[in-house]
Each structure stands twice: as C-alpha cells, then as structure tokens.
Design a protein around this ligand. Sequence first.
Ligand code: PMP
Length: 449
Amino acid sequence: MSNRDVIARDLNAVWHPCTQMKDHEWLPLVPIKRGEGIWLHDFDGNRYLDAISSWWVNLFGHANPRINAALKDQIDNLEHVILAGFSHEPVVELSERLVEITPAPLSRCFYTDNGSSAVEVALKMSYHYWKNCGNPNKTKFITLTQSYHGETLGTLGVGDVALYKETYKPLLMEAVTVPSPDCFHRDPDMSWEQHSRRMFAHMEAALEAHAHETAAVIVEPLLQCATGMRMYDPVYLELLREACDRHGVHLIADEIATGFGRTGTLFACEQAGIVPDFLLLSKGLTAGYLPLAVVLTSDHVYEAFYDDFATLRAFMHSHSYTGNPIACRAALATLDIFRDDDVIARNRALSAHMRRAVAHLEDHPHVGEIRQHGMVLAMEMVRDKSAQDPFPWQERRGIRVYQHALTREALLRPLGNVVYFMPPYVITEEQIDHLATVAAEGIDIATRD
Ligand code: PMP
C-alpha cells in the first residue's frame, strides 16, 4: 500500500472535517500508517514531527507504551457498559483522581464523549441549576469575541468564529458577546495585565446589564486557541470570578484545549488562583488516545438536582458512550504519567527553549508578534509590521507554511496567519530547534510577494 492508494480510496469514501474537499484537487492528503513518539509515518516512508499534537490532543507521544499497556489490559476486561444504573472501576477511580487534582469545591464528574458535548452539558446544567433554584429566567450566556467552544448548534451559539458560525446563524441561540481581552490588540505601551484589566470593563458592563437573565459566562482561560492562539493575562480571570460571584452568575471554564499543562500549569485557571463553577476537560484528558470529556462541578450545584424523581429536577442527559471504560483507562494512565514524571517542570524548560529558538524572528518584517503561554507558542504573520495589518484571509498564506513544513518532516498547521507550536510534551530541544528553522523558512516563503 502506498500513499497514492490510500488517497484514492479515501477521496472516494471519506468526507473530512473542517475541509473544503475541493482543496484536495491540489493539496494532497497525508495518509498516516503509524505513529511513534513525536513522529507520524506515512505509507511512502516519510515522517512528520507532530508539532500540533494531532489537533491539540496528544501529550505523551503516539503509541505510548505505558498508555498502550493500560488499554490492552482494559480491553481484555471490559470494553463498555451502560453508565446509567451501572458503574465500573475505571470511571470511579478517574472521578476520584480528577477531584483530587482539581481545587475544591469541584467534587462531581459528569462525562461526555467529546469537548462540544461537555460544553453543551455545562450550558444545560447551569441553566437547569438556576431553574431548579426558582430562577427560570436565567436563559442567556455571556461569551467573548474570538471564542471557540465547539461546533454543535449549542456550542456555535456561544462561540465567535465567523467561518464556522455565520452560515448557521439562523439556527443558533444568541449569546451576549463581549470584546475579548486578546493582548495582540493592546496599545504598544501597555502590558498584558493593563490591557486585560482595561478590557474587563466591557465584561463588567455586560454583567451589569444582563446578570438577571444570564446563567453563566463561558471562557477559554488565558488562551483562545481556535481563533489564532489569542492570549490574555490571568488578572482577567480574577476579575471575572469576583464579578460572577457579585452578580450571581456561573463561571464556566472551558479548559478543553488549555487543560493538562498546555499553558504551563496543570490547569490555566490555577494561574489566576480561581475555581470555576464548571470546569470542562477533554483532549489531553486521554493524552490524545480516545474521545472523552468531563464536566466537573461542585456539590452545591449537584444538590440542586438531587430530589425525588417526580419533582423532575434530575439532569436527564445522556450519551451512549458516557464514561467509556477504555477511555477512562487511557485517562488514568495519563494521570499516572503526570503523577510519576515531573511533566510540568520539564515543560517549563521546554517552553523556555521554544521561546529562545524563535527569538530571532522578533525582528522579521512580517512577524507582528510572538506570544506564548507555556507549551503554546504562536507567531502572527502580518503584512505591515508597524500597523500590525493582517494579510487578507483569502490569500491563505498559512497553507504555504503547512506545505513547506511537510517537505521538511514537520506537521505545522497554521490558523489563518498564525503559525504555532503546540507539541506533545515528549519533544526534545533538538526537535524544537528543527521546528523553529522550518517555521522561519515557512514564514519567509509565505510572506514573499
Ligand atoms: N472547546 C475548546 C476550547 C476547544 O478547543 C475545542 C476543540 N478544538 C472544543 C471545545 C470542542 O471539542 P471537540 O472537538 O472534542 O468537540
């Protein structure tokens, strides 16, 4: 079997996610035969360094021996069982350990099988909590511009990515949308903290106007990934936590992308010293092995649903694969690695190295900004550096970086004009140096003419 064979069969039968399929008339698919550590190997003997963790999910490399061993053991014992009325050891142990590694008062775990459905659960739970507490008018949600929370109809409603949302607008609920604290747009003489504080005034105003009809504010803590790795300062979350409490509104922290060490701490919220009412985790939860997501909340929320059946206060939400045992075992093996290896400390050294490796690009005439939170580093390509003027999206310059990187053994997949590294934590300093070289070459090629 060669790349060509697989591509031909693929294009006959598969409809790929987030893709204009016509692009594949000129942009070849890359069929992967196997993965090992940081590397993805295709059918023709080429390899690619997975610098984006296969859509931000992989933490400890492909075919990780420790996770593989746990899964093989689990498959021989229990592959799946209904989680309504029944239980199993992996889901119990995982819930105990998630409660252990997250701050109080988070104490209850509700599972779904992907990030979007976890967001849906949090939105429903928040609204339903207020309803159960005699407050059925809290039907709205507040979100930030440039936010992304998934692509189901409910999550598109609280997201703000025009490319994904615009077409479906007539089908969506309407959220109150507040300008993002994105520090790329700060005045040149302002620090991230000053800018984030200043932008909070918009949130305060929205809460003042809408708190009475609002169930929750939903944010991606510190890092809005899908809209180009947009970053802000932890102070914004501190202010938000305080304001949500003062206004009687829940805070939903969507850490589906930021969780499990991506921003430098196990969870991004830690950097602000805050605890959300709902903490959403997925992606890294299983180190990129299996779809699993969890909504953590407090006993306080849980108790608002706890009553006799006939009161109809229960949270009647289910997915067939809720708390799948194999996925839970992958998550447990992932938590073992965090427990046994000093992952966060090692990452600190790796993120410092990433910054050093691209430092020379600060002066590149078409690099408007290099920004970083922990293990995520982003470089913004701009047409005019002094005006921070973007290249028009129609020019699709990021694809040129992607195409170049493939010829240099790297998988880089820019978001529009933003080239970023979000690698598995098993990456080495030499591999980071290689990525930096490839990114610099790619940016040169993409910004030419
Ligand atoms: N929230 C955030 C912050 C995400 O980055 C994503 C996925 N990129 C989601 C939600 C949706 O997760 P999923 O793709 O598993 O539905």
